[in-house]
Ligand binder design. Structure first.
Ligand SMILES: Cc1cc2nc3c(=O)[nH]c(=O)nc-3n(C[C@H](O)[C@H](O)[C@H](O)COP(=O)(O)OP(=O)(O)OC[C@H]3O[C@@H](n4cnc5c(N)ncnc54)[C@H](O)[C@@H]3O)c2cc1C
Ligand code: SF4
Length: 336
């Protein structure tokens, strides 16, 4: 690891000023991803600006009934918060499905959103990788790619985004707030992660030097009936090979509202809008859930070794929505 400077920021304006003055600097959250990448030489910052002492660790209900989560709140605090568990259970489940207890105690919300892909070639500085070294090529297309993207990828990169938390946030229409030396800004979730295209090294629409200050969840009564399901190669402490976050409101057997997002299938959490459109207003049956998943996954372009993700995501969708439908449809005579 090469030498680097370290400074702890105590206020937001000071943090963004430090980064502005040192373009090779990086914000340091829990360090659970950044420090690993520094050890392998993938990241080579000259300065780390520690943001964990900033007053951005609050989690509070907003005046309109949504939720505001500060960027330095730890993953553990987010998952354990009673209002998160009550109003947005899929978010609590997604966070708890990630990493380990020790890592979640360190990892921050801002850092989780900006964690880098787990593509093995990205971490291996001896191999070509367009995301790490633009223009060098993509080793995964012809190499090991069983856990790579099936949706929205490009010839330049087929990596997936590894976050579980971000999949739930995609289904919940989160808004990301940030601050730069020019002022504050917001990005709607759909605009936050960039399509991979021919610039896989550009992952978000954040302006240079932006500090993520928090994430806001709009009020969403349907989210109280939400779940996250993660499929992985071993029972714990592993990244997803496919996952889904869903929220469902069924009334008299008909889908009144549905949210669905997939993880581990694309360079960003994949909001399944086609499936949502197919389901809304139709029957809440396993056959309809399967047809909606098929409609969404019709756009899939699997590589030779990751075609298994198509039926996997279909099955996860049917299982998750069927479970939610059983839970949300009141039994005869019960109050909604
Ligand atoms: C063994 C292991 C297993 C894991 N398993 C999973 C898993 O199953 N699921 C999962 O989702 N994740 C998993 N993770 C990843 C883990 O969730 C992330 O490493 C963690 O969330 C990153 O948060 P952090 O605060 O430590 O980020 P850091 O490592 O501190 O930072 C990550 C990036 O975010 C930037 N950054 C941090 N905070 C801000 C901010 N406020 N504004 C702007 N930029 C910022 C940093 O500059 C850096 O580029 C695993 C990690 C490990 C090591
Ligand atoms: S899939 Fe993306 S991250 Fe992986 S080697 Fe190709 S360009 Fe690099």
């Amino acid at each position: 690891m090469r030498e680097f400077g370290y400074q702890r920021a105590h206020d937001v304006a000071g943090a963004v000023a430090l980064l502005d003055a040192a373009p090779e600097a990086r914000f340091l959250g829990g360090g659970t991803n950044l420090v690993d990448l520094m050890k392998t030489g993938v990241e080579r910052p000259a300065l780390l600006v520690d943001v964990t002492e900033l007053p951005l660790d609050g989690i509070e209900v907003t005046a309109d009934g949504g939720l505001r989560v500060g960027a330095t709140a730890t993953n553990s605090d987010l998952a354990a918060h009673p209002e998160v568990r009550r109003r947005y259970p899929a978010l609590a489940e997604a966070v708890l499905a990630g990493a380990s207890g020790q890592l979640r105690n360190m990892a921050t919300v801002g850092g989780n959103l900006l964690q880098r892909t787990r593509c093995g070639y990205f971490a291996d500085t001896a191999r070509p990788c367009n995301k790490r070294t633009p223009g060098s090529g993509c080793s995964a297309r012809e190499g090991v790619h069983h856990n790579h993207a099936i949706l929205g990828a490009s010839a330049h990169c087929v990596a997936t985004h590894p976050s579980d938390m971000a999949v739930a946030l995609a289904a919940l229409d989160a808004v990301v707030s940030y601050e730069t030396t020019s002022g504050t800004g917001e990005l709607a979730w759909e605009d936050f992660y960039l399509p991979v295209g021919d610039t896989p090294h550009r992952e978000t629409a954040l302006p240079p030097g932006a500090l993520i200050t928090g994430v806001t969840l709009p009020p969403a009564p349907v989210a109280a009936r939400s779940r996250y399901r993660k499929i992985r190669e071993r029972a714990s402490y592993a990244f997803a090979i496919g996952s889904a976050a869903a929220a469902l409101d069924v009334r008299d057997g008909v889908v009144h509202e549905v949210r669905l997002a997939f993880g581990a299938v694309a360079s960003r959490p994949w909001r399944a809008r086609t499936a949502e459109r197919a389901l809304t207003g139709g029957p809440a049956t396993a056959a309809a859930f399967a047809a909606a998943a098929d409609a969404e996954l019709a756009a899939a372009e699997p590589l030779p070794d990751n075609g298994y993700k198509v039926p996997l995501l279909r099955n996860v969708t049917v299982a998750l929505l069927s479970e939610l439908a059983d839970r949300t449809e009141p039994t005869e005579g019960a109050q909604r």
